[in-house]
Structures are given as structure tokens and as C-alpha cells.
Ligand binder design. Structure first.
Ligand code: NAP
Length: 255
């Protein structure tokens, strides 16, 4: 039977690329996000390429909505072996002294509690498959801090803490936990969400960077981890563009 992979935040960027890639790897993909029009387009694209997928409207900040995702997983045409907790993002680049509580709240709700809620809801199905994998898309912000990044790095540190804790707690059970920590990835919406729709500010982050990572690069890492033999647990995969040696050390050309 075809294995089922669930990808949250599949309506854009890394999530959409991961859904496409996992479908190409032979998974039946359940693509979850709030924007169902985007998901419908993605599913059509996957099917046109010979894969199979379904779209599930899901807001990871809602218990009811995530229960709907779990119900869709139960009705899926095969064992649920893979969950990719990808939904998330940043809001603002404010210093701690002036950061907006609402932005911090949003980042904690989506990145951290969203991961918790979806993981709790899908864990029984993953365990029942006897070969489950939980991927948590955290970030290099999950282990490094930077000025203006307090709210985002706090949320990503928390996601990283969930990954580590869960791996300990699930030891001896047939579910592995993989943390993916990307550095700078040029996706269409991450910066727009961070800067409230300001395209100039969003693109400035990538200015002069020869080749930032793209969503497909991260999807490739996720697919590689998820398709290792099940006894191989890649605990954490840190991936950055060649031009980014560290959070504070980025090679930029022509600036
Ligand atoms: N881009 C980077 O440089 C980078 C680097 C490291 C880590 N990451 C992490 O990678 C993940 C994906 O980032 P991206 O660059 O692909 O950003 P993106 O294009 O903005 O994608 C974010 C996704 O999250 C979904 N989402 C937001 N709120 C949601 C909610 N309440 N319920 C369900 N889905 C929700 C969005 O879908 P809807 O709006 O349709 O719900 C969207 O599909 C995030 O966790 C991000 O923190 C990104």
C-alpha cells in the first residue's frame, strides 16, 4: 500500500516543494494549509506529474481544524508514515525592548503550538504504521540568536526543544524524529510575512547573495532523511547556502 505523508504549510515555499518532492518519491501526500485554492493547484500539479495527493484545509492553531486533519489522515489510502511539521514563519525584526506581543504570540502559536498540536494528533497513526517519521522544520534560528530575531529565534529554539524531547520520549517506539535546520532560503512569502507585505524589505535580506537556498533544496534534504532505512535516524540536518557561513557571516556581491 502507498505510504501517506502529511505536510503542513504546503500552500507555498518549502512546504509546497516538499509535497511535490514526496509525491515524486511515491508517497500519497496530504497537503495541509489554510489557503485551499493554493492547495487545489498543488494537488492538480502533483496529479499531472503522475503522483497522488489530497488537499486538507487546516489551521494549525485550531484544535478543531487539526482534528479534521487527523480524520483526513485516517481516511487516507494507506498507512501514515511521515509527518512534516513545516507550517510556520516569522513576524517582525524588532528588538526585544520593542517587539510586538502580538507578533511573538503569532510566532509561538504557529511554529511551536502548531507543531505540538499536529504531532499529538498524528502520533497514533504514525506509531500504528510501525515505521513513522516526524520531521520538524525548525531553523538555524533554533540554535543561534541574532539582533532583531528574538521572537523568531525563541519560537524556533522551542521547536528544536520539542524535537529533542520527543526523540528521547519515543525511544523504543517505531517513530523517528528528524529536525531540519535551514539557513537562508529564498522563498516567495517568508520575507513578505515577516515584514507585513513590504516587498523591498523582504528582498533586501537576499540582496547580493549569489545563490541562496531555494525551497527545493530543503525539500531534497527532507526527502533524503525520510527515505533512509527506518533504523537510520538523522537527528538534525543543518543546511545553509554556500554564501552563508553563519547567521552573521553572509557573502554578498556588488553591494
Ligand atoms: N525561508 C527561510 O529562510 C527559512 C529558513 C529556515 C526555516 N524556515 C522555516 O520553514 C518553514 C516554511 O517557510 P517558507 O520559507 O516556506 O515560508 P512560507 O512560504 O511563508 O510558508 C509558510 C507556510 O505556513 C503556512 N501557515 C502559516 N500559518 C499557518 C497556520 N495557522 N496553519 C496552517 N498553515 C499555516 C502557510 O500557509 P497558509 O497561509 O495557506 O496557511 C504557508 O504555506 C517555516 O517553518 C519557516 O520558519 C524558513
Amino acid at each position: 500500500m502507498t505510504s501517506v505523508a502529511i505536510v503542513t504549510g504546503a500552500s507555498s515555499g518549502i512546504g509546497a516543494a516538499t509535497a511535490r518532492r514526496l509525491a515524486a518519491e511515491g508517497f500519497h501526500v496530504l497537503a495541509a494549509a489554510r489557503r485551499t485554492d493554493r492547495l487545489a493547484g498543488l494537488v492538480a500539479e502533483i496529479e499531472a506529474a503522475g503522483g497522488t495527493a489530497g488537499a486538507v484545509a487546516c489551521d494549525v492553531t485550531s484544535d478543531e481544524s487539526v482534528a479534521g486533519l487527523a480524520a483526513a489522515a485516517e481516511a487516507a489510502p494507506g498507512p501514515v508514515t511521515l509527518l512534516v511539521n513545516n507550517a510556520g514563519g516569522a513576524r517582525g525584526l524588532d528588538r526585544v525592548e520593542s517587539g510586538a506581543i502580538g507578533d511573538w504570540q503569532w510566532m509561538y502559536d504557529v511554529n511551536v503550538l502548531g507543531t505540538l498540536r499536529v504531532t499529538q494528533a498524528l502520533l497514533p497513526a504514525l506509531e500504528a504504521s510501525r515505521a513513522g517519521t516526524i520531521v520538524i522544520v525548525s531553523s538555524t534560528a533554533g540554535f543561534t540568536v541574532y539582533e532583531g530575531g528574538g521572537g523568531y529565534t525563541a519560537a524556533k529554539h522551542a521547536q528544536t526543544a520539542i524535537a529533542g524531547t520527543l526523540r528521547l520520549e519515543l525511544c523504543g517506539r517505531p517513530v523517528r524524529v528528524v529536525e531540519i535546520d535551514p539557513g537562508m532560503v529564498k522563498t516567495d512569502e517568508f520575507g513578505l510575512v515577516r515584514f507585513g507585505g513590504d516587498a523591498d524589505k523582504a528582498s533586501a535580506a537576499y540582496a547580493g547573495v549569489p545563490e541562496p537556498l531555494v525551497a527545493e533544496d530543503v525539500a531534497d534534504c527532507i526527502a533524503w532523511c525520510a527515505t533512509r532505512p527506518h533504523h537510520v535516524n538523522v537527528d538534525r540536518l543543518v543546511v545553509r547556502p554556500l554564501a552563508q557561513a553563519a547567521q552573521h557571516k553572509v557573502h554578498r556581491v556588488g553591494l
